[in-house]
Ligand binder design. Sequence first.
Ligand code: PGA
Length: 234
Amino acid sequence: SVADLKGLKQGTLRLAVVTTAKYVIPRILGPFCQRYPGIDVSLTVTNHQYVLDSLADNRDDLYILSQLPDDSDAHCEPFMENPLVVLAPRTHPLAHEKNIPISRICEEPFIMREPGSGTRKAVQKLFDAHGLPLKVKLDLGSNEAIKQAIAGGMGLSVLSKHTLALEGLNNQLTILDVEGFPIERSWYVVHPSGKQLSAIAKAFYDYLMNEGKQVAEATSLLGMEQQQPQKVEV
Ligand code: PGA
């Protein structure tokens, strides 16, 4: 309606997203903001637990997570795949092996995301389900720092495949072919189900589900085969 369009002219879109979403959401925001030049964006990038806290406190318009809130009566809609893969230095002895048993990963030093991270939760869940303890050597609150630590030979880790986008480090890292991987997950866009979305939030939601998703898929690495990401310059 005309009223909706007026409401869209000016205002702020408030987003709270998990760390992995920073590899695609800013890409989607470019064309969105060109379409609606009066909209400013506040984008908070934190871990799973902080995004859940913002949702509970109603601090933002829309939230992006890879794991659904347990207790929630929030409205959740998946919009894109976000698989977790095992990363190693390219020169690692396991780099060219096929079907590596998951137990083999527990013999290597492991770099883990911080408590509160959704990545950590998913990794812990898988290894717990197999009754396998990881040898956690280092606990780190940043995907980028973890990639540097892997490249530096501190150990292996499990991160979102999207973290391989957008940088030149990729030729130093490789994805291992490990049983039980990738851990298949999706990003969800979430908002409290009782909450009426602002016209701006609604416009972004619709954009994300349609054109935005295509922009993200076109610029992400998900279509690539294993072992190929390191050859890609984005
Ligand atoms: P995290 O969440 O940043 O809390 O690890 C990322 C994800 O679950 O994709």
